[in-house]
Design a binder for this molecule. Structure first.
Ligand SMILES: O=C(O)CCC(=O)C(=O)O
Ligand SMILES: [Fe+2]
Length: 378
């Protein structure tokens, strides 16, 4: 793990990304063609998108989980609640669900939203002070850019590690608008609480030892990624966020406006997701697929853009503790249930992840244990 000295402190650095221009600035100029670096021929082979007029495949309703009823009705150790069963199948069959009655106050959501909207309105000059540095990918920019030839997404993002506090890059934090920092702090604490509730319910549903879940995640690494997708003059030629699964354990997504764009890959088709008002969209990341030994599945998703409206979202990522070793939960493997993923130290897992181009679920394959019976269908 790279450690940089900042005064007396040592800060962990998980990766870097090549510096790229702001797409928000690019989109401010009246252009009717996008620059070649944003033209995504590679996305042309993609499966079709489901629309409401599609007669062939009607997308089933995405599971909505009521956190309050999940927590209040699951006193025992067994799958004794209907909501827990629904959570379990959402994690197995979808890797994706929305949560309501999550306990995060609407006033905090509104405050945080307006701070982030304001943040993306800062002048380029102000944003430059918060831009990524050549040796560290936190700040404004794009992630996973590893070559000058690589195609780029039609979006800007701001990425920051928020927890544990000892991992924070203080010089970046100190430059944030004070009100944003304050609301981000409160939001970060709420997101950790919610992630821990969901993880402990998952432990119950998986029949995994909850102590093991706690040991893995009690002081987990949390980061936030604020996404800004400007309108695009050639939306069918570009992609807002390349198809990927999240490398983390859980992602809690808060969409800031009504513009649609998020799509998940389900049964070979792209299914558009419309977030409910004040709900969060939760998805299983690769770490949870690994910990559950493949019972839960991380889901591939992407964001599209359109020619009329901007779109904004905040993804809060939760992973295991910095000192943890990633691998299938010991309480879930045994003689009849062999581990299907390797074990690697946390820092190695993330450093390798951020050193690659983002490409669907390809990183998980790298973690798989090869077996002779492998049929290649993954
Ligand atoms: O903007 C979205 O809806 C998706 C964002 C996302 O997938 C991510 O930040 O990992
Ligand atoms: Fe994602």
């Amino acid at each position: 793990m790279d450690k940089e000295s900042v005064g007396e402190e040592e800060v962990v650095n998980f990766g870097k990304s090549l510096i790229v221009p702001s797409v928000q600035e690019l989109a401010k100029v009246a252009i009717n063609k996008i620059p070649p670096r944003y033209v995504r021929e590679d996305q042309k082979q993609d499966p079709p998108v489901i629309t409401s007029s599609d007669q062939v495949f009607v997308p089933p309703v995405v599971p909505v989980i009521d956190i309050q009823s999940l927590v209040s009705s699951s006193g025992g150790d067994h799958m004794d609640s209907h909501e827990l069963e629904r959570l379990h199948s959402a994690c197995k069959d979808w890797g994706f669900f929305q949560v309501v009655n999550h306990g995060v106050s609407v006033s905090l959501l509104e405050e945080f939203k307006s701070e982030v909207v304001y943040f993306f309105k800062l002048s380029l000059e102000d944003k430059k002070k918060l831009w990524q540095q050549p040796d560290n990918h936190q700040g404004f920019g794009q992630l996973f850019v590893v070559s000058e030839e690589q195609k780029l997404d039609w979006s800007d993002m701001f990425y920051i590690t928020t927890l544990p506090k000892s991992l924070r890059q203080t010089q970046l934090f100190d430059l944030l608008p004070p009100k944003l920092r304050e609301t981000m702090e409160a939001y970060s604490a709420e997101m950790k609480k919610l992630a821990m509730i969901i993880l402990s319910q998952m432990a119950k549903a998986l029949k995994m030892d909850n102590e093991e879940m706690k040991e893995l995640f009690s002081d987990g690494v949390q980061s936030m990624r604020m996404n800004y997708y400007p309108p695009c003059p050639e939306p069918d030629m570009a992609i807002g966020f390349t198809p990927h699964s999240d490398a983390v354990a859980l992602t809690i997504l808060y969409q800031l406006n009504d513009t649609q764009g998020l799509q998940i890959r389900k049964e070979g088709k792209w299914v558009p997701i419309k977030p409910l008002q004040n709900a969060f969209v939760v998805n299983i990341g690769d770490i949870m697929e690994i910990v559950s030994n493949g019972v839960y599945r991380s889901i591939e998703h992407r964001a599209t853009v359109n020619s009329r409206e901007e779109r904004m979202s905040i993804a809060t990522f939760y992973s295991s503790n910095l000192e943890s070793e990633l691998g299938p939960a010991r309480s879930l493997i045994g003689p009849n249930k062999p581990a299907v993923f390797r074990r690697v130290p946390f820092d190695k897992y993330f450093k390798d992840f951020f050193a690659r181009k983002l490409e669907g679920k390809s990183y998980l394959d790298f973690m798989k244990i090869e077996t002779h019976e492998e049929d290649g269908s993954s």
